[in-house]
Ligand binder design. Sequence first.
Ligand code: CP
Length: 296
Amino acid sequence: MKHLLNTNDIGRDEAVLILDTASEMANLTDRSVKKLPALRGRTVVNLFFEDSTRTRISFEAAAKRLSADVISFSAKGSSVSKGETLKDTALTLEAMGADAVVIRHSASGAPYRLATSGWIEGSVINAGDGGHQHPTQALLDAYTMRRHLRANTGDLSGLKVMLVGDVLHSRVARSNVALLHTLGAEVTLVSPPTLLPVGVEQWPARVAYSLDEDLEAQDVVMMLRVQRERMNEAYFPSAREYSRRYGLDSERMARLPKDSLVMHPGPMNRGLEIGDMVADSDRSVIVEQVANGVTV
Ligand code: CP
């Protein structure tokens, strides 16, 4: 696989290989010197046209741990603000000898365009494109589930995973549904009808409208961020009403099985989709998800 653009492109064997390799890499985290020479002499460019905390620092830390030279570029403060196109930015990176480009962009398909345009020779990794895909988030989420719930076999078959909230705007949901289905997990999407995308019935997931329906049966509940920055109309009556119907609070968390996980890709809207007590509880692996991102 030269590029990583979409979890729909990842087969089961490839996904398992990535997750197994990540398990090997996790040993590096425990060492005092966290360096491997795998990417020595290679240049990795982090090209972020959209804001990021977790993904951006994870990619930077991971590339440095593999001894790559890392160039971090953010659209703010660059010539993009003077109107420079993706093509001209890409040609500039090519001139710098980029072996890999990690790109986050608000436009769905921007990483695909970069990978197929011929503007650059190197590998392209999608770090989130609009509401489309976030494949490395799905991989780190699957890795986190494996580590906690299927440590012996690594097999996610039959795992019950509920994704709750703003599915409509969520690239995390799209990537997770595809990858978890490939890995054999059973996914349920819980959302208000207004926050479900057209065609969701074609996704390999069950759809439900009530968070209270089947909590007792879930191995994982992943809360999705309400993406207010992508909303140009009212999708629910009020934040209070949303939180009451679709927020994960302590009462709901108490109904989950004892060993189940609470996940969130971050950044969280505390008090909206997830309560403070839940986010900071023993059940929550939200901070660990970030560390696992570096490993993956
Ligand atoms: N999960 C995630 O993509 O977070 P950032 O937007 O902070 O990178």
